[in-house]
Every structure is written in structure tokens, then in C-alpha cells.
Design a protein around this ligand. Structure first.
Ligand code: PLP
Length: 389
């Protein structure tokens, strides 16, 4: 057996797995569970992307091993996309790496560029899978607390000097999972200054980059002057094109970090199925109208859920993007005891905030991945528990 394996020992407990187990157990009792706990996009991939993939799959040229550095045409399309959407210039060959979903890039980067024992900074609350990278790279983890009073942005001035001196790499994620917070240009400017002063590499996870509400487009970190000197941004097709199962994304920015990702990918993975890379070009080159329709759907659902929650006295944190609502826990409960109560007594599943780190305590995350009238029904069932009266 492999009990001695440090990597296996250190792999984080997959908290979503335990949530799914609890939900399934409730469903098995015959309950009509309203599942607001998960983060899996519910809409299908747009048809034009599926058709592109089908046509490309029929071509024998796409059946072979392909370049570990990714399809040069996709890298060009990604560079054009950043140019068009954000006014950011990127060298397709040196500043873009194609990934099998952004998660693999986020997990493998510390393994590629840090040494065991190095220090890495992660947001708390934060996307739990960053912890897998910490375990694989055997690095030391320091958390940056994201507080509501700071708009869930880290406060660099409050970090311990000793930790800052040792930190080599830092992760950010805006629009944010789980809080729905968005970054400001001033915050990204501060980040570049902080990173340069302290020699910390930055990875900004832009998974929800396309999903901004109230007419406000989330900004790209790479729009910040100097960002490419110290960092990269990861992008995914999973959310904006509903391609979560396809496993494709890319990283863009600092050429040294991109090269490190490319080299490690060659050893771990080789490349994404070429037909999927071609379909990804189709997605990026499109007029993005399906993305706009999708964002309008999420905004509608956010508004519907907020309305239903407010009607029972449950005041949401005002999310500016992503497809989550970040909801406070009533007095007398922890994130977990509240989530357990909702599942047990109201058959409503939510993700407890502490699953995203201690900094998520006091909140639960609601996924906006179902339609009305289920939001209203969920809130009406919760109202019967008289938690917000
Ligand atoms: N980053 C965040 C914040 C996410 O929420 C997710 C998926 O849920 C990912 C990255 C991973 O996305 P991908 O499908 O590109 O691996």
C-alpha cells in the first residue's frame, strides 16, 4: 500500500465529494431536493461549437499525437481574443499555453516552478482545487484572508512581513468563486506593485471572466500595466461556453511562467485532443453572442434568487459576477450546521462556506444553475424554518 506517500497523504479532502454524498443520501429518502450546492454549468455547449468539433473529429490529421505546446492556430485565436476583448497584446507562441482545462494549469504550475518547502499564498475563502497544487508541489501554504469589509479582496498591508518575504507565488481569482466579488483596476495595480516589490509571481484565475453583471465587464489582470512582468492569467472554456466536460483552457502572460507550464505539460499530459482545440478556435472566433445570452441568463437567475431570498429576510452579498450567490448564515449556526439543516429540514442543498477555507465560515454558496420557480420554492421552504424572522 501507499500510506507513506507524502503526496497522497497531503492531497486535500475533496469537500464536494462529501456534499454530493449527503445530497444523494437525501435523494435516496425520496426527498425532492433542490440542489443549489454544485458549480457545474447546466446549459449545453452551443451548437456551433459542437458541430465544429464533430467535423474536426472526422479528420485523420486530428487523430494523432499533437504538439505539447498546443495548436499554434488556437494560440493565435487566444491572442486575438485578448486583443479584441481586453486590448491586451500577447505573443501567441511565447505568452500562451494551451491547457486541458484551467485546473490542470493551476495545479501543475507550483509543481513546475517551486521547490518543496517554498511558500505559496492562496486566498481564503478560495477555490479548493488550488490546494491540490500545494500538495503535489509539497510547498508551504499561507492563506490571505478575504474579508467582506474589503470587498473580498486581499489586504496586502495586513500580511505578515515574514510571510511576504518568503512567498514566491500567489493566486487570485476574480470574478471570485465562492463570493462573486470582482476586482477593481486599483486592486490589480496594487497587486502588480506588491508582486514586484516582494518578488512574488501572480496567477489570476479568470475562470468567470466572461460572467459580469449589471452591465459591468470583469477586467482582465493582464490589462494592468506591468502584469506580464510578474504573472499570468488562466482562462477556461468551461464556464463561458459550457464546455466543462471538454477539458480545455489556456494560460496567458509572463513568458517564463508560460514556458514552465509548457514544459511540465509535455511530461504530464502531452496535449488536448486536436479536434477540441479546433472547436475552441471556433468558440473564440465567434461573435460571442452565445456568451452574452448566457450571462443574461445568469443575471436573470441572480436577480430571481436575490428577490426570493430578500422576500424571506435573507440578505445576499451583492455578487458582481460568477454564477454564485454568497449568502450569510443566521446567528447561532456555522456554515456546516446551517447547510446540514437546510438539507435535512428543507431538502435544499447549498455549499457550506467553510468548504472554501476558514475564511468562508459564516456563509453558504448558492449555485445559480437551475431556473425559477425552484429559487422561490427553495426560499419558501427555508422560510418555514423561521431563521430570518
Ligand atoms: N477556477 C475556478 C475558480 C473554478 O471555479 C473552476 C471550476 O469550477 C476552475 C478554475 C476549473 O475550471 P476548468 O474546468 O477550466 O478546469
Amino acid at each position: 500500500n501507499f500510506e507513506e506517500s507524502k503526496v497522497l497523504q497531503n492531497l486535500p479532502k475533496q469537500f464536494f465529494a462529501s456534499l454530493v454524498k449527503k445530497v444523494n443520501a437525501k435523494v435516496a429518502t425520496g426527498a425532492d431536493v433542490i440542489n443549489l450546492g454544485q458549480g457545474n454549468p447546466d446549459q449545453p455547449t452551443p451548437d456551433y461549437i459542437v458541430k465544429s468539433m464533430q467535423a474536426e473529429t472526422a479528420k485523420p490529421a486530428n487523430h494523432k499525437y499533437s504538439q505539447f505546446r498546443g495548436d499554434p492556430e488556437l494560440k493565435k485565436a487566444a491572442a486575438n481574443f485578448y486583443q479584441r476583448e481586453y486590448g491586451v497584446e500577447l505573443d501567441p507562441e511565447k505568452e500562451i499555453a494551451i491547457l486541458g482545462g484551467s485546473k490542470i494549469g493551476l495545479v501543475e504550475l507550483p509543481f513546475a516552478i517551486l521547490n518543496p518547502g517554498d511558500t505559496m499564498l492562496l486566498p481564503d475563502p478560495g477555490y479548493p482545487d488550488y490546494l491540490s497544487g500545494v500538495a503535489l508541489a509539497q510547498v508551504k501554504l499561507k492563506l490571505m484572508r478575504l474579508k467582506e469589509e474589503n470587498g473580498f479582496l486581499p489586504d496586502y498591508d495586513s500580511l505578515d512581513k515574514d510571510i511576504v518575504d518568503r512567498a514566491k507565488l500567489m493566486y487570485l481569482n476574480y470574478p471570485n468563486n465562492p463570493t462573486g466579488a470582482v476586482a477593481t483596476p486599483e486592486f490589480f495595480k496594487k497587486t502588480v506593485a506588491f508582486a514586484k516589490q516582494n518578488k512574488v509571481g501572480v496567477v489570476q484565475d479568470f475562470a468567470y471572466g466572461a460572467i459580469g453583471f449589471d452591465g459591468k465587464r470583469p477586467i482582465s489582470f493582464l490589462q494592468t500595466p506591468g502584469a506580464k512582468d510578474i504573472g499570468i492569467e488562466t482562462y477556461t472554456f468551461s464556464k463561458s461556453y459550457n464546455m466543462a466536460g471538454w477539458r480545455i483552457g489556456f494560460a496567458a502572460g509572463n513568458a517564463d511562467m508560460i514556458e514552465a507550464i509548457n514544459l511540465i505539460q509535455d511530461h504530464l499530459f502531452v496535449s488536448v485532443f486536436p479536434a477540441i482545440q479546433k472547436a475552441a478556435i471556433t468558440a473564440l472566433d465567434s461573435d460571442q453572442s452565445t456568451v452574452k445570452t448566457l450571462v443574461a441568463l445568469y443575471e436573470k437567475r441572480r436577480n430571481q434568487f436575490f428577490k426570493a431570498a430578500r422576500a424571506i429576510g435573507w440578505e445576499p452579498y451583492p455578487s458582481g459576477g460568477s454564477f454564485y450567490a454568497w449568502m450569510p448564515v443566521p446567528k447561532g449556526y456555522t456554515s456546516e450546521s446551517f447547510a446540514d439543516l437546510l438539507l435535512d429540514k428543507a431538502a435544499v442543498a447549498v455549499a457550506p462556506g467553510n468548504g472554501f477555507g476558514e475564511g468562508g465560515e459564516g456563509f453558504v454558496r448558492v449555485g445559480l444553475l437551475i431556473d425559477e420557480p425552484r429559487f422561490t420554492e427553495a426560499c419558501q421552504r427555508i422560510a418555514k424554518l423561521h431563521l430570518f424572522d
